[in-house]
Design a protein around this ligand. Structure first.
Ligand SMILES: Nc1ncnc2c1ncn2[C@@H]1O[C@H](COP(=O)(O)OP(=O)(O)OP(=O)(O)O)[C@@H](O)[C@H]1O
Ligand SMILES: [Mg+2]
Length: 259
């Protein structure tokens, strides 16, 4: 199976700072990755690269075999669905939830006068249903709770049927029930045969959904560890990247932490 994403010796510099330094990472068909690291480790920058939102300063990034810089970013973007609170914040409060999702087929964040065919309508309803929020389709986006907004943002990212789904801290700001419900939806999604490759950024091992297969740990803009999840999410590695002594336990695919 070929690489879905390939990051080869990538560095990113901004305003005199080295944000990513010589990062290598490859993601294959059928894998579900966690990207974990402390605040400022470079997680969001890395996923901006692999979702075709920015170019590296040095090195090579390929998305489904297409190299960044050799094709238009606008051609690569529909291949990778991205959900983040920064993107959610751009959605107008007055937009109807169904339109929030349908407009994603056109790579926009507000609805104009596109003529949606029935296929788009059906797909929007089905991605909302897969995140358990189809009952909200007629609501105004601004009236949703934070957990509901996160689900709608993920449905929106899934709308163009991307090859890769990238989630930047999808569980942040959710209460325990909201987090567990979302993680269950992500586990269910990751188990579907036709599911895209998934990449989820988080700070917390407790937020790793069941079914995720690999993890990439970033520290100070460099890869600290990368590989199969049980080999990477260890007490020693997590203690090292957060500079605090912790003990990690894994139980039936979920991780817990003791300080
Ligand atoms: N355009 C920029 N100019 C200068 N510094 C930047 C720029 N973008 C990001 N940085 C810096 O790069 C570092 C990594 O940022 P990034 O957003 O990738 O971190 P992160 O791992 O996602 O952190 P968090 O967990 O807080 O979201 C931070 O120190 C940030 O301040
Ligand atoms: Mg971030």
């Amino acid at each position: 199976m070929g690489d879905v994403l390939e990051v080869a010796d990538v560095s990113v510099r901004r305003g005199g700072n080295i944000i990513l330094s010589h990062v290598n990472w490859s993601v294959n068909e059928g894998e579900r990755w966690i990207v974990l690291g402390a605040n400022g480790a470079g997680k969001t920058t890395l996923i901006q690269l692999v979702s075709g939102r920015m170019h590296p300063t040095e090195g090579r990034v390929s998305i489904i075999g297409e190299e960044l810089g050799k094709v238009n970013l606008s051609e690569l973007r529909p291949l990778v669905g991205l959900s983040s609170s920064a993107l959610d914040a751009k959605i107008p409060d007055t937009e109807r939830v169904l339109d929030v999702v349908r407009t994603a087929a056109y790579g926009m964040t507000a609805s104009w006068n596109e003529s949606y065919d029935q296929e788009d309508d059906g797909r929007a309803r089905s991605v909302l249903a897969s995140l358990g929020v189809d009952h909200l389709s007629e609501r105004k986006y601004g009236t949703l709770s934070s957990g509901e907004k996160k689900r709608v943002g993920i449905a929106r990212a899934l709308m163009p049927n991307p090859e890769v789904l990238v989630l930047d801290e999808p569980a942040s700001g959710l209460d325990l029930g909201g987090r567990e419900n979302l993680l269950r939806s992500l586990s269910d999604l990751s188990g579907e045969v036709a599911a895209p490759v998934m990449i989820m950024v988080t700070h917390h091992v407790e937020e790793i959904p069941r079914g995720f297969t690999h993890a990439l740990l970033l520290k100070d803009g460099a890869v600290f560890a990368s590989g199969e999840i049980n080999e990477v999410i260890t007490s020693k590695n997590i203690s090292d990247i957060f500079n605090v002594e912790v003990s990690i336990e894994e139980n039936a695919g979920r991780f817990s932490l003791r300080s």
